[in-house]
Design a protein around this ligand. Structure first.
Ligand code: DQA
Length: 162
């Protein structure tokens, strides 16, 4: 990934497997908004809130791990891990390894679905968790990432909360 201009004011919006199909994939669970539109909305909210949003999607766990490593020192990560949430230990360890706050998003209410979706191995190391709010959850998660970052800086005696 090319260097970002100000890592401390940059948020990674990262989507996992099958989320490239948003808009046409199982609209009863995920709605009809495309990933491109989600990225546009989150980037636009980011501009309002004074951060740049870098967007990425991958169907591979290793590529998601690489992206999270690249976001070390950034303002945070909004992550929909897709099905890797339920068993992706490498992804979990990557979240745990970076100091940037990672907020996990699920578009659907995973707790109202199959039992295997009720477990998240990534949630315990995430700075927050949003599920069942549709694609609006990504915007909530961006706000939460920035809030968590501000809280951490405050706790460390650094800059004022944003
Ligand atoms: C999802 C929920 C996961 O269980 C599923 O595998 C997905 C999408 C969601 O956004 O609701 O791919 O993360």
């Amino acid at each position: 990934m090319s260097a970002v201009s100000d890592p401390s004011r940059t948020v990674l919006l990262l989507n996992g497997p099958n989320l490239n199909l948003l808009g046409t994939r199982d609209p009863a669970q995920y709605g009809t908004t495309t990933l491109e539109e989600v990225e546009r909305r989150v980037a636009s909210l980011g501009r309002e809130l004074g951060v740049e949003v870098v967007c990425a999607q991958s169907n591979s766990e290793g590529a998601l791990v690489d992206r999270i490593h690249e976001a070390r020192g950034w303002a945070g990560v909004v992550l929909n891990p897709g099905a890797y949430a339920h068993y992706g230990i490498a992804l979990r360890d990557a979240i745990d390894a970076v100091e940037a706050p990672v907020v996990e998003v699920h578009i659907s209410n995973v707790y109202a679905r199959e039992e295997f979706r009720h477990t998240s191995v990534t949630a315990p190391v995430a700075a927050g968790y949003v599920a069942g709010c549709g694609v609006f959850g990504y915007e909530l998660a961006l706000r939460a990432v920035l809030r968590r970052g501000a809280e951490r800086r405050e706790a460390a005696g650094g800059a004022q909360a944003g």
